[in-house]
Write a protein that binds this ligand. Structure first.
Ligand SMILES: *[C@@H]1O[C@H](CO)[C@@H](O)[C@H](O)[C@H]1NC(C)=O
Length: 206
């Protein structure tokens, strides 16, 4: 038994889970009782991960909001869309976007906005991550450190576009991990097929 090989693989498979905590994602609404979201709740909100299919750079095998490709449970109109606006922001402001991890192990996340009320597969635009963010920032990605402690928050300071106002827009969080670690785990950006997590949240911008 070679523990140097086996042990990291097990860690990666079991613990590399995370979710969009603020604004809270559609699939984690049950964690915020004040929103009074009706069931159903997804059984494993920190594993909304494109069916755990490793993704190319275009994420061509991932559903719009982290579904298995071709399924629609997590997208607008799906069974986990309760139509609840979980945060209201000011156009052009810098907002805090918080992701929560259970034993995160590298990789990075990006934040996108669908600047219209009707969500589509192609409406999302990458948002700029600005100074003030705690973690290393590369090309609008926040690098996620390796940390085996549970319940780690990583905050991105994200600039909302000045010209976008909406009663309901979708903010999307995409975490591209370094798993399965073709070049080791200690990288921010893994260009090889990688495990990816995606969450969508419903916000207003005024
Ligand atoms: C955001 O604003 C909308 C429209 O006024 C409101 O229905 C919703 O409850 C607000 N959400 C929060 C979290 O304040």
């Amino acid at each position: 038994m070679n523990f140097y090989v086996i042990f990291p693989l097990l860690l990666a498979q079991v613990y590399s889970h995370g979710y969009l905590k603020e604004p809270i994602s559609r699939t984690s609404l049950h964690l915020r009782p004040e929103f009074d979201a009706p069931p159903p709740y997804y059984w494993d909100n920190s594993a909304i991960w494109c069916g755990n299919v490793n993704q190319d750079l275009a994420l061509s095998g991932c559903g719009r909001c982290g579904d298995v490709l071709g399924e629609t449970h997590f997208q607008q109109g799906g069974e986990y869309d309760k139509g609840i606006i979980v945060a209201n922001y000011t156009a052009g402001s810098i907002i805090e976007v918080t992701a929560n991890f259970q034993a995160a192990h590298y990789g990075s996340f990006q934040v996108e906005l669908c600047p219209q009320e009707e969500e589509t597969d192609f409406c999302f635009q990458l948002l700029n991550i600005v100074d003030g963010s705690e973690q290393i920032r590369i090309d609008n990605r926040i690098c996620v450190p390796h940390d085996n402690s549970q319940n780690v928050d990583v905050i991105a300071h994200v600039l909302l576009p000045a010209g976008v106002r909406c009663n309901r827009c979708t903010l999307r969080w995409t975490y591209r991990t370094s798993y399965p670690g073709w070049e080791g785990y200690d990288i921010c950006f893994n260009p090889h097929p990688a495990q990816v997590f995606r969450n969508c949240a419903d916000i207003g911008i005024y």
